[in-house]
Design a protein around this ligand. Structure first.
Ligand SMILES: [Zn+2]
Length: 507
């Protein structure tokens, strides 16, 4: 603590007024929710690059603060799309949006489906051979029905950020279905396994969806179905969904064919577009260490303006992170570190970490000389805490720096928790981590389960209430927000970056 105080006495300060002003602007309706492929997103990009320029930071991509990311946008044309389920006992025609959401799995304007369903449990084939839910089944030409998560009621989850947790992620399941050449993949939604309610799924799929150009699964359909629809589909095949779902925890699980076919077609409007990561550089002061880099990141995008005109302002997600990285840039701009620092605003995080993934595929600085990524995402707007949670890399050396930074910021690190919703894989530190760069999202927590100062129960209730606004138009900036907790998180990030930017061997 004493050492921390000393560090702060000499260290740069974080300007709360500036941070609040950035947050209020980025979450303002004038930016229309910073949507991918929307004008509001372009305004956000223009704002961020202007701020970096005003602070005297160098463009990170030659003469430009932007890195182009090529995407394909796919919007389902609901009027021209329908899927029904046919079995010996008749035809089931569920309602799009209410019972299921569907989309083309690649950037194709027309996709037809006529394929039998097969239940593949959690749809996991572990690389280490410890688990294979497919048991060698040839799933080409079949539509897979899969559970979200990696267990129904099995043994307790491993702690967050363990590699085996990745198999619970829905993105992994779609990738595995693609790898195996399935005709489609349908995930069964439950709030417990997904970590969010059906409206979040529906909102995400009725809008235009994006993928990196050239990605996707040509000829296939993807989607989610409600647990209720799953129960009806299984019942039509004479099967009990609940019992089979329970049985899917077992390593002995074998795929179960349903005597039911999905038939129909999806029509989509497809467009190709460019989006931009924004990045500014602060060169390091040490002749050798300046060749190494610390990256602060925060995704600038949110869901923009919905089809119904509603603005998804994305104040917490992720106006807070962007404002924090701008405040960090301001704090460090005239006090460079020994190592170089990049202030990085990836695009299209909400679409599946597309901007950060594009960056690690074509980095603006060698990844093997990037010592740390500190990613700021959905920060605390409730009030000050005693602790700070960490998602991401667990290298002992990095964790030791985190302990030091937390002490300097007057915080203790929350012990790692189980991560049933896979938060560790849903934020932009993850593509860096996957590419071998030590990477963390400090402070990010959807459950808000921190140890708040003052009236802890009231603060936790407030934090939990954020779930009611998560990915909805009501995630709006409130000038009454107490940013003391957010400032603690920024101070932690500042201190961690200062340590990683200064100590002799940072990785
Ligand atoms: Zn989000």
């Amino acid at each position: 603590m004493f050492l921390g105080g000393a560090l702060f006495a000499q260290g740069p300060a974080v300007d709360e007024n500036a941070l609040r002003a950035h947050l209020a602007f980025l979450a303002d309706d004038v930016l229309e929710g910073r949507g991918t492929g929307q004008r509001g997103g372009e305004l956000a990009v223009r704002y961020l690059e202007t701020q970096l320029q005003v602070m005297g930071l160098q463009p990170a991509n030659g003469a430009s603060y932007r890195q182009t990311v090529r995407l394909a946008g796919i919007r389902l044309d609901a009027a021209g799309s329908a899927v029904r389920f046919e079995s010996a006992s008749g035809v089931l025609s569920p309602e799009l949006g209410t019972d299921l959401v569907l989309g083309a799995a690649a950037a194709e304007s027309a996709v037809a489906v006529d394929a039998p369903l097969v239940f593949v449990g959690h749809g996991i084939t572990a690389q280490d051979g410890s688990r294979d839910d497919y048991k060698g089944l040839d799933v080409r030409g079949k539509v897979l029905v899969m559970l979200v998560g990696d267990r129904h009621e099995g043994p307790p989850m491993p702690l967050c950020c363990e590699p085996e947790n990745l198999y619970g992620r829905w993105t992994y399941k779609f990738e595995e279905a693609r790898r195996r050449g399935a005709a489609g993949a349908l995930l069964v939604h439950t709030t417990a396994s997904a970590g969010y309610g059906w409206p979040v799924v529906r909102n995400g799929w009725v809008q235009e969806r994006f993928q990196r150009e050239g990605a996707g699964h040509p000829g296939a359909v993807q989607g989610w179905i409600t647990e209720g629809l799953a129960a009806r589909l299984f019942a039509r095949s004479g099967l009990d969904f609940k019992a089979l779902a329970m049985g899917a925890d077992s390593l002995a699980f074998r795929p179960v064919p349903l005597s039911i076919r999905a038939k129909g077609q999806l029509a989509s409007t497809v467009r190709r577009l460019e989006q931009w990561n924004v990045a500014g550089l602060l060169p390091g002061t040490d002749a050798d260490l300046r060749k190494e880099l610390v990256i602060y990141s925060a995704h600038w995008d949110h869901f923009g303006k919905g089809a119904d005109g509603a603005i998804y302002a994305g104040a917490v997600d992720n106006g807070t992170g962007c404002a924090a990285v701008l405040a960090l840039a301001q704090a460090l701009a005239h006090r460079p570190l020994k190592r170089s620092v990049m202030f990085f605003f990836p695009c299209a995080e909400e679409q599946g970490l597309l901007g950060a993934s594009a960056y690690v595929a074509a980095p603006l600085w060698p990844l093997d000389r990037t010592v740390l990524n500190v990613n700021l995402e959905s920060l605390n707007v409730v009030g000050p805490t005693r602790d700070i949670g960490l998602l991401g890399s667990k290298e002992p050396r990095l964790r030791a720096l985190c302990e030091q930074a937390a002490a300097a910021a007057g915080l203790v690190i929350t012990p790692a928790k189980a991560d049933p919703a896979g938060l560790c894989f849903r934020s932009d530190h993850f593509p860096f981590m996957k590419a071998g760069v030590p990477a963390l999202s400090p402070g990010f927590s959807l459950d808000g389960g921190w140890d708040y100062l003052g009236d802890k129960a009231a603060a936790q209730a407030k934090a939990a209430d954020f779930l009611n606004h998560y990915h909805r138009p009501t995630d709006r900036y409130d000038p009454a927000w107490n940013l003391a907790g957010l400032l603690q998180q920024v101070r932690f990030a500042l201190e961690l970056g200062r340590l990683a930017g200064t100590v002799p061997n940072a990785r």
